[in-house]
Design a protein around this ligand. Structure first.
Ligand SMILES: [Fe+2]
Length: 243
């Protein structure tokens, strides 16, 4: 089975379309979305519609909750907050219900999927160190957990016998015996690792390999739509440099 894993789309339709084309070309069987479909970008409704049609498993992100009043907007920085308020106005009742009904954490085959952390998904903390990864490995049993949230692709692995945790920015990961993994697949619609290309992952259970890919998309159109919608211009500019 080949899983395509996407996260942090953030209403960026141009990036989503490029990523889905790449996943189709790679012969993916099932699609997983690790949250944050909306927020920041100018196409919340179309992105949501596509994710609903394509993804077999989808979990909620903090921006998805913010856009329907399930998360206090004080949590967000001023630009993110403006985009969430704008997004809220775009959504109809049916779309709000869809976001509201998304689970925070779900199984997908033998793997686990959560936007932020298995330890406390509703607190929207980050797994950004071996310390936080280690805390989280104790909270789930699956061999692999896919996450999003930081918009930075990274792999945390734990040696089951030694309990030792390490991290790597490898883009090709062999899922080895005796190891467990927390894999951040990076962001489709707003990468922040100084690489503006859209990020996504493929998990091939046949070869036991996870590969993180980057793909070009029409950044200029996504930027123009953000500016035309009256969203903060900084949200458009940052897409050029991947920050
Ligand atoms: Fe996000």
């Amino acid at each position: 089975m080949k899983y395509g894993i996407i996260a942090d789309i953030h209403s960026n339709l141009e990036a989503l379309k490029s990523v889905l084309k790449a996943l189709k070309d790679k012969g993916v069987d099932e699609y997983i979305c690790a949250g944050d479909i909306v927020g920041y970008g100018a196409d919340p409704e179309v992105c949501m519609q596509i994710v609903r049609e394509v993804c077999n498993v989808t979990v909620a992100g903090n921006h998805d909750h913010g856009a329907i009043g399930l998360l206090n907007l004080d949590y967000f920085n001023p630009e993110a907050k403006k985009a969430i308020l704008w997004t809220e106005e775009q959504l109809n009742e049916e779309e709000r219900t869809y976001l509201k009904n998304l689970e925070l954490i779900q199984k997908a085959g033998d793997s686990l999927v959560v936007h932020a952390t298995p330890l406390s998904p509703q607190e929207w903390n980050y797994i950004n160190s071996t310390f936080t990864a280690n805390q989280n490995f104790k909270e789930f049993e699956e061999k692999v957990c896919f996450v999003g949230h930081s918009h930075i692709p990274v792999v945390f692995s734990m040696d089951i016998d030694e309990g030792r945790c390490k991290y790597a920015f490898d883009t090709k990961i062999h899922i080895a015996d005796g190891q467990r993994y927390i894999i951040n697949v990076g962001s489709v619609g707003q990468p922040r690792d100084k690489n503006p290309l859209a990020s996504f992952a493929v998990y091939d259970t046949g070869t036991s390999e996870v590969e993180i890919y980057r793909v070009e998309y029409d950044v200029e159109t996504a930027q123009k739509k953000i500016i035309d919608a009256g969203l903060p211009r900084g949200l458009a500019f940052r897409l050029s440099s991947g920050v």
